[in-house]
Design a protein around this ligand. Structure first.
Ligand SMILES: NC(=O)C1=CN([C@@H]2O[C@H](COP(=O)(O)OP(=O)(O)OC[C@H]3O[C@@H](n4cnc5c(N)ncnc54)[C@H](OP(=O)(O)O)[C@@H]3O)[C@@H](O)[C@H]2O)C=CC1
Ligand SMILES: O=C1O[C@H](COP(=O)(O)O)[C@@H](O)[C@H](O)[C@H]1O
Length: 484
C-alpha cells in the first residue's frame, strides 16, 4: 500500500478539558492514531489543560491508559506510544480564574500553528476565549475548536456566537459536528458531485422521497443530566441530521471550499418549511422486564423529554418542491445504523404489465456500520418463467473496495482535528448556519411545550413508536427496516 498521508504543519494544540470524557475517549486516542499514521510532524506538541492538579508525568499516564482503552485496532510499531507521550504535557488551569494561564503561555512556541480545543462545558467557552486573549496566548492566526451543543436555542446560540466574535474572527472558529468528519458523509459529496450519473436525477421530478435514519442501540447512559435538558431534537436533529439533510439536498457548490459549501448548506436550511405538528412523532423508550426505561436514566421520573423523533420535512425550492424528506433518530432502537435512502419514482409506464409489480430504484448510502452504498436495480428474474421482475442490489462496501487501505481511514475526530491544523473550515459549521438551524428547530420545541405534549412510549429494541410507522403509511410509503 502506498501511504497517502500528508503530514500537517508543526503545531501546538491545547486541549481544555483534557481530563474529561470526550478527550479521553475520542480526542487523545484520535491524535495518537494520526501520530501512528505519520501525519503528525516531529515538532507537534499537545498540552492538556484542566482543573485537576496533575504534572506532565501524571497526565501522560492518563493519556496512555486512555489510548490503551480507546485507541482502536490500528497497528502501530512498538515504542510509538512512548514516542507520542514525549510530545504531551499538562498544565493545571482554571477557566474561571487566573491560575495556570502564565505557565500555559510559556509552553507555547512561536512560529507554529496554534490551536485551542474547548472540550469543556459550553458555559466555559466565553471565559476561556477571553483569557486566551487577555493573557496573550492567542493571536489573529490562532484557531479555536468548539464542541457541541452550540447553544440550546436560537437566543443562546446567538449569544455564544457573539461572545466568541468578541475575541476571534469567524475564520478562526471551528464549530465541530463530528458527523461531517465521517468518511461516508464526505463520500456523499463525492458521489453527488464527482459523478454525472446521479445529479441529473437528483430532484423532485425523479426522487419520490428521501429517508434519513440515525438509529442507536445505546441508552442515555451516564449523560442523563445533559440529555434530559436536550432530547433527540436538540441532541441529534438540529445538528447531525440537519447536516446530512443539507449535504443531500444542497445545490452543487462552485468549489469544494469552506464558504462555497457552507453557503449552499445555509440555503437549504433557510428553505425548510415550518413542520406541521401532525408530521412529527416523539417517543421515549419505556422499561421492559429486563431493563429500566428512559425515566430511570434521568433525574426526573416524569420527564417528557424525547429519546426518539421522526418527522416529515419539506424544502421549498425548485429542486425539492413536493419531495418529502423523512427523518428519524432515536436511542435504544433495534440496531445501530445510520443511512440515507434516496427512493426514486416508479417508471412512468410498465411495459411488462401489472403482474410485473411496482419497482423503484433506491440508492442507500450507509454511514455506519459497514460504510458503503447500495443501488437497487430491477432485473429479470432468472429462469424460464417469463418476464418477471426482481430487485437486486448493486452493492459497494467501502471496506471491501479499499482493502487494507480502509485501516488508514481516519475517524471523524482525527480528520477534523487535522483539518483545524491545516486551516480548512469546509467540514465545520459557520455561525449563521447554526443559528438558521435553531431558527427552524425552536418553534417545533416551543410547540411541544405549549401543547404539553408527552412522547409516545416505545419498546427498547424496537423501531420506535407505532405512530412513526404511521407517519409514512399515511403517505403510502414505508420506512426501511432498521438493521445493523
Ligand atoms: N463526552 C461526549 O461523548 C461528548 C461531549 N461533547 C461535548 O464536549 C464537551 C466536554 O464534554 P465531556 O468531556 O463529556 O465533559 P466532562 O465533564 O467529562 O469533562 C469536562 C472537562 O472540563 C474540565 N473543566 C471543568 N471546569 C473547568 C474549569 N473551571 N477550568 C478548566 N477546566 C475545567 C474538567 O476538568 P477537571 O475534571 O480536571 O476539573 C474536564 O476535563 C462538552 O461541551 C460536551 O457537550 C460533545 C459530544 C460528545
Ligand atoms: O453527538 C452525539 O452523537 C452520538 C452519536 O454519534 P455516532 O458517531 O456514534 O453516531 C450520540 O450518541 C450522542 O447522544 C450525541 O450527543
Amino acid at each position: 500500500m502506498v501511504s497517502r498521508v500528508i503530514p500537517v504543519d508543526p503545531f501546538d494544540l491545547v486541549i481544555f478539558g483534557a481530563t474529561g470524557d470526550l478527550a479521553r475517549r475520542k480526542i487523545l486516542p484520535g491524535l495518537f492514531r494520526r501520530f501512528c499514521s505519520g501525519q503528525m510532524p516531529e515538532e507537534a506538541r499537545i498540552t492538556g489543560a484542566a482543573r485537576s492538579d496533575m504534572d506532565d508525568a501524571g497526565f501522560r499516564e492518563m493519556v496512555a491508559e486512555a489510548i490503551r482503552e480507546f485507541g482502536g485496532g490500528r497497528s502501530c510499531e512498538d515504542g510509538t506510544l512512548d514516542d507520542f507521550l514525549t510530545r504531551i504535557g499538562y498544565v493545571t488551569v482554571d477557566a474561571k480564574g487566573d491560575g495556570g494561564w502564565g505557565e500555559l503561555k510559556e509552553r507555547l512556541r512561536s512560529g507554529f500553528v496554534r490551536a485551542f480545543y474547548f472540550s469543556v462545558a459550553p458555559s466555559l467557552f466565553g471565559d476561556i476565549a477571553e483569557r486566551l486573549r487577555s493573557f496573550g496566548l492567542a493571536d489573529d492566526d490562532s484557531r479555536v475548536v468548539v464542541e457541541k451543543p452550540f447553544g440550546k436555542d436560537l437566543a443562546s446560540a446567538r449569544a455564544l456566537n457573539a461572545t466568541l466574535a468578541q475575541h476571534f474572527d469567524e475564520t478562526q472558529i471551528y464549530r465541530i459536528d463530528h458527523y461531517l468528519g465521517k468518511e461516508t458523509v464526505q463520500n456523499l459529496m463525492a458521489v453527488r458531485f464527482g459523478n454525472m450519473l446521479f445529479e441529473p436525477l437528483w430532484n423532485s421530478q425523479y426522487v419520490d422521497h428521501i429517508q434519513i435514519t440515525v438509529a442507536e442501540t445505546v441508552d442515555v447512559g451516564g449523560r442523563g443530566g445533559y440529555y434530559d435538558t436536550s432530547g433527540a431534537m436538540r441532541d441529534m436533529v438540529q445538528n447531525h441530521l440537519m447536516q446530512l439533510l443539507c449535504l443531500i439536498a444542497m445545490e452543487p457548490p462552485a468549489r469544494f471550499e469552506p464558504d462555497a459549501v457552507r453557503d449552499e448548506k445555509l440555503k437549504v436550511i433557510r428553505a425548510l418549511d415550518p413542520v406541521d405538528y401532525h408530521h412529527i412523532v416523539r417517543g421515549q423508550y419505556a422499561a421492559d422486564e429486563s431493563q429500566p426505561g428512559y425515566r430511570a436514566h434521568v433525574e426526573n421520573p416524569r420527564s417528557t423529554t424525547e429519546s426518539f423523533v421522526a418527522m416529515k420535512v419539506h424544502i421549498s425550492n425548485w429542486r425539492w418542491a413536493n419531495t418529502p424528506f423523512y427523518l428519524r433518530t432515536g436511542k435504544k432502537l433495534k440496531a445501530r445504523t445510520s443511512e440515507i435512502a434516496v427512493v426514486f419514482k416508479d417508471a412512468p409506464h410498465s411495459i411488462f404489465g401489472p403482474e410485473a409489480g411496482r419497482h423503484a430504484n433506491v440508492l442507500v448510502i450507509r454511514l455506519q456500520p459497514n460504510e458503503g452504498m447500495t443501488l437497487g436495480v430491477t432485473i429479470k428474474e432468472p429462469g424460464p418463467g417469463g418476464m418477471r421482475l426482481l430487485d437486486v442490489p448493486l452493492d459497494m462496501s467501502f471496506a471491501e473496495a479499499l482493502g487494507p487501505d480502509a485501516e488508514e481511514v481516519p475517524d471523524a475526530y482525527e480528520r477534523l482535528i487535522m483539518d483545524v491544523i491545516r486551516g480548512n473550515q469546509t467540514l465545520f459549521m459557520r455561525g449563521d448556519e447554526v443559528e438558521a438551524a435553531w431558527r427552524w428547530t425552536d418553534p417545533i420545541i416551543e410547540g411541544w411545550t405549549a401543547r404539553g405534549e408527552v412522547p409516545k412510549p416505545y419498546e427498547p429494541g424496537s423501531s420506535g413508536p407505532e405512530d412513526a410507522l404511521m407517519l409514512m403509511h399515511r403517505d403510502g410509503r414505508k420506512w426501511r427496516e432498521i438493521k445493523g
